[in-house]
Write a protein that binds this ligand. Structure first.
Ligand SMILES: [Zn+2]
Length: 259
């Protein structure tokens, strides 16, 4: 499979060159608490960066050539680099978790080819497909590769629509598949994805989504923020396949946008 591990993660994890031990004054050989903390952090990050588990494919596959595809993957890498440096820690955690998951994630632009379109034929919608080709409503309890299809605007930071946070949304679906936390109920999957999307939108001052395309409410982030439960909800995204039972599960969509 063509592709490389996330280069920005590799850069972040690269060891900082240190002077030779003999060149250091004697007392510098003793590690202070901050240095111990840095070493511990490096060990944790290095475990995430083991080549066998770094399966985020950020290059164009050989079949996709041409300047448009080149631009898409360049913009994708730039967008992911922005997420990797987000002031919102759960957004950074999402990216690290996807990069560390035990199954591969590939990205594809939505193009003129109907094979890249969402099932409803809407070329403006992103979607994430399990590579095993089996129905989504079976759920997945084992790590499964994910193909993420993105309309070009969703990775182009020059367009206002980039602020929709579709990339964050689809990364949640990719995480759920690659960690075997893919719930069979589409509402649960979408509530989890919109929760993280709204978390990012809130951090960028973008109005929040109150429903999933008007089909059902997605007020989990608003509710978690109001009740001081964001950490609890985020833990569901990172460690489980379900989501809290809350009033946000109500059957009536309550508007497209709310804060
Ligand atoms: Zn979705």
């Amino acid at each position: 499979m063509a592709g490389t591990a996330a280069p920005f993660l590799a850069r972040a994890l690269a060891p900082v060159p240190a002077p030779a031990r003999s060149a250091l004054p004697r007392r510098a050989h003793r590690m202070d608490r901050r240095a111990v903390g840095r070493v511990a952090a490096c060990i944790v990050l290095a475990s995430l960066a083991r080549p066998a588990r770094a399966l985020l494919m950020l290059d164009a596959p050989r079949a996709l050539t041409g300047s448009r595809h080149h631009a898409f993957y360049e913009q994708l890498r730039q967008s992911l680099a922005v997420l990797a440096e987000s002031p919102q820690p759960h957004v950074r955690q999402l990216l690290a978790a996807v990069a560390a998951a035990p199954a591969a994630v590939t990205f594809r632009p939505v193009t003129d080819d109907p094979a890249t379109w969402a099932s409803d034929g809407d070329r403006e919608r992103g979607h994430t497909q399990p590579v095993d080709g089996r129905p989504k409503n079976e759920g997945r309890t084992r790590p499964t590769g994910a193909d993420v299809y993105l309309p070009p605007w969703s990775v182009d930071m020059r367009t206002p629509r980039w602020h929709d946070g579709l990339l964050v949304h689809e990364l949640v679906h990719a995480l759920d598949l690659t960690t075997g936390h893919y719930h069979p109920d589409v509402r649960v999957r979408e509530r989890r994805a919109v929760f993280m999307q709204n978390l990012w939108r809130d951090s960028t001052g973008t109005p929040l989504h109150g429903s999933y395309h008007g089909e059902f409410p997605t007020l989990d982030y608003q509710e978690a923020k109001r009740e001081g439960r964001i950490e609890e909800y985020a833990a569901y995204v990172f460690h489980r396949s379900d989501f809290p039972h809350t009033p946000a599960n109500g059957p009536d969509p309550r508007g497209q946008e709310s804060r």
